[in-house]
Design a protein around this ligand. Structure first.
Ligand SMILES: Nc1nc2c(ncn2[C@@H]2O[C@H](COP(=O)(O)OP(=O)(O)OP(=O)(O)O)[C@@H](O)[C@H]2O)c(=O)[nH]1
Ligand SMILES: [Mg+2]
Length: 206
């Protein structure tokens, strides 16, 4: 849940990158850190195991400018994707305002993507949230691997597997080259801020 401090004219919200192990959540955040220096407030914090897998989370605070004279900040988090860190994933998800689900485009990861999306749905439900209502975008990551001859799923198949019911914005990209990373985040932040404005009764009248 976002923090609205209207006296100090500050709004702080939380966006979480979710997805299966090794799909590229941390790499996404690292790219955002490098490419959005002006908006980043402070350092990126990563709590990793020795093998560079996320053990607890990655954290990156950003400044998004002003809405109605209020400073808007977002805290970006990643969850640890490895199956055994289920309770940590749930903890990181607490108070989430927006989500990026990062799916791995490699054919061999098809089932892992679908299981992780189910895991997200279940964890959200435990906080009384619905995957159909929370601001959410999908990213089909690692598209660059096609050039290396690694079998990837066609985008249409990933849409069918993951987005047939959700019908949320989706982006193909590569967290390594940065393709699609900014678009994914921007789309998620747009939905998240629209939703917060609705909560505050600030939504634009059509
Ligand atoms: N080629 C390619 N490799 C990628 C891409 N994104 C991530 N990787 C690689 O995939 C591996 C795992 O990436 P991470 O960002 O650590 O994955 P993660 O989702 O944070 O994994 P967990 O922390 O275990 O949940 C690393 O070796 C990355 O360099 C991508 O878009 N293209
Ligand atoms: Mg990670």
């Amino acid at each position: 849940m976002a923090i609205f401090n209207l006296k100090k004219r500050e709004i702080e919200c939380k966006v979480v990158f979710y997805g299966p192990g090794r799909c590229g959540k941390t790499t996404n955040l690292e790219y955002v850190y490098k490419s959005h220096k002006k908006q980043v407030e402070g350092e990126m914090v990563s709590i990793n195991t020795e093998g560079d897998r996320t053990l607890f989370f990655d954290y990156l605070p950003m400044e998004l400018g002003k809405i109605k004279g209020c400073d808007v900040r977002v805290q970006l988090f990643t969850v640890p994707g490895q199956v055994q860190y289920s309770s940590t994933r749930k903890l990181v998800l607490r108070g989430v305002d927006g989500l990026v689900f990062v799916a791995d485009s490699m054919k061999v990861r098809r089932e892992k993507n679908m299981l992780s999306l189910k895991d997200l749905q279940k964890n959200l439900k435990e906080y009384g949230l619905s995957v159909f209502k929370v601001p959410l975008v999908l990213q089909y990551n690692k598209r660059d691997l096609a050039e290396e001859g690694i079998p990837l799923m066609p985008i249409e198949q990933m849409e069918k597997d993951l987005n047939r019911q959700l019908k949320v914005p989706s982006f193909s990209g590569s967290a390594v080259t940065g393709e699609g990373v900014g678009d994914t985040l921007q789309s998620c932040l747009k939905l998240t801020l629209q939703n917060l404005q609705k909560q505050l009764g600030w939504a634009e009248k059509k």
